[in-house]
Design a protein around this ligand. Structure first.
Ligand code: F3S
Length: 426
């Protein structure tokens, strides 16, 4: 790999052992991927956490956290102090809601370790976003901006909707990018990888958030880690629809980028989306494909619901507002837990607007900073869950062990109130 003089100096330890380790890791990683060089980045998203992967013990210190982070993410045998982030770095979702950790069932020692890790992250200059949706919180890469992000639903949004450039990074590579301001120049940083591979002709117009989730889930299952080009969409989707669409495609397949002809920034027309290539396959998304995706997403059979999860990826303010309107004057059934996830910054606005209070009075809980699949935590004794997220419907049965219904927000809130699932594909 060709390195600049500044990169060679870092590799030789000019700025200390942690940045040296980080550069070593990036060089090995880039060489394994066939990258010819590194590219500068000033936009990193990573979820440094000492809590999830180490055994918490009482009276841990900031030094212990630095040691744990350097072992886990820099592969260092020696405990190292993690220096300040060299470039703009956002800390993404974590395992704990700081206000509802007891309700989550997090034990006090783990809670303390989470707070300690948060202080360390703030101390090294990370932005504490604590969400999988950094683009809802002001981290909105511009067209062509090279980024190093973890989190598949955020990566696909960055590449497809914003025109930023990132691969799905791991915690280790993104930590190394934070400390060096570099990432391997390969994959979705390159023009050629961003061109479409599969054409998806839409015959069944996606309208709702649920429809966009179904379209993403259908597409991802077939194209896997390729780049679908969706043609024939007549109505522009909003942020919530694109967020759910990308999260679904990244879950059923490994889609990191898609195009919607006439809507997303690198697909003004089919020629731009495919470049000089021909599609390797053409898919149709009609009523039968929509139904198949719906059925593939449903793992539950019992109509008796215990848990409703909303907010994967984290809810927008508009989705919180919709949920509050649907819950106003109602009461969540005594046998159901309704947990709604959103970034803390958006919850602060929802608090000011009275939305959180409406949801709380109805018996729901607005949670921040985490989600059930990241925390591996759900209410006790759940037998059947429901969600409006194709991504969570995909992962909850395997990660949390209970069958799950998939439907619209309206279906989910009706089930929260009645305790019975009556959702269906309309
Ligand atoms: Fe976000 Fe958790 Fe879903 S990280 S995308 S809410 S699985």
């Amino acid at each position: 790999m060709k390195l600049t003089d500044a990169e060679k100096a870092l590799l030789q330890g000019s700025e200390g052992p942690a940045r040296q380790k980080a550069m070593e890791l990036l060089v090995k990683y880039g060489e394994a991927l066939g990258a010819e060089k590194l590219v500068e980045t000033n936009n990193v998203c990573v979820s440094l956490t000492a809590g999830a992967y180490s055994t918490p013990r009482p009276a841990a210190t900031e030094r212990d956290v630095h040691a744990a982070l350097s072992q886990m993410y820099l592969d260092s045998d020696e405990p190292l102090e993690i220096p300040r982030a060299r470039v703009y770095t956002c800390r993404l979702i974590r395992e704990m809601d700081p206000d509802n950790w007891e309700l989550q069932g997090i034990d006090p020692v783990r809670h303390e370790l989470n707070l300690l890790t948060e202080r360390v992250c703030a101390g090294i200059g990370m932005q504490l976003m604590h969400s999988c949706t950094p683009y809802l919180l002001g981290n909105v890469p511009v067209m062509g901006e090279h980024c190093a992000w973890i989190e598949s639903s955020a990566v696909i949004y960055c590449n497809s909707v914003l025109g930023g450039r990132t691969n799905i990074e791991g915690m280790e590579s993104a930590t190394a990018s934070m400390l060096t301001g570099r990432t391997p120049y390969w994959g979705y940083h390159l023009d050629a990888r961003r061109l479409g591979t599969h054409l998806v002709e839409v015959e069944c117009q996606p309208e709702s958030v649920m429809d966009w989730g179904l379209l993403g889930y259908f597409t991802g299952e077939i194209v896997q880690d390729n780049v679908p080009v969706i043609n024939g969409v007549r109505r522009a989707p909003n942020i919530a629809r694109l967020k759910h669409h990308g999260a679904a495609a990244a879950s059923s397949g490994g889609v990191e980028m898609y195009h919607i002809v006439g809507l997303t920034p690198e697909a003004h027309n089919l020629e731009q989306a495919f470049g000089k290539r021909k599609p390797v396959a053409t898919l149709k998304f009609g009523p039968a494909e929509r139904r198949q995706a719906y059925e593939n997403l449903t793992s539950a059979t019992s109509p008796d619901i215990d848990f409703i999860m909303l907010g994967c990826p984290h809810y927008t303010l508009e989705q919180l507002w919709d949920a509050a309107r649907r819950l106003e004057g109602k009461r969540v059934h005594s046998s159901v837990s309704l947990w709604i996830f959103t970034p803390k910054a958006l919850k602060t606005i929802a608090d000011q607007e009275g939305l959180t209070d409406i949801i709380r009075r109805a018996g729901g809980v607005v949670m921040t900073d985490t989600c059930p699949c990241i925390s591996r935590v759900s209410p006790k004794n759940v037998r059947t869950a429901a969600t409006d997220s194709a991504k969570h419907a995909h992962y909850m049965p395997a990660m949390l062990g209970f069958p799950t219904w998939f439907g619209s927000q309206a279906d989910c809130i009706e089930a929260a109130v009645t305790g019975k699932w009556r959702g269906e594909l309309k």
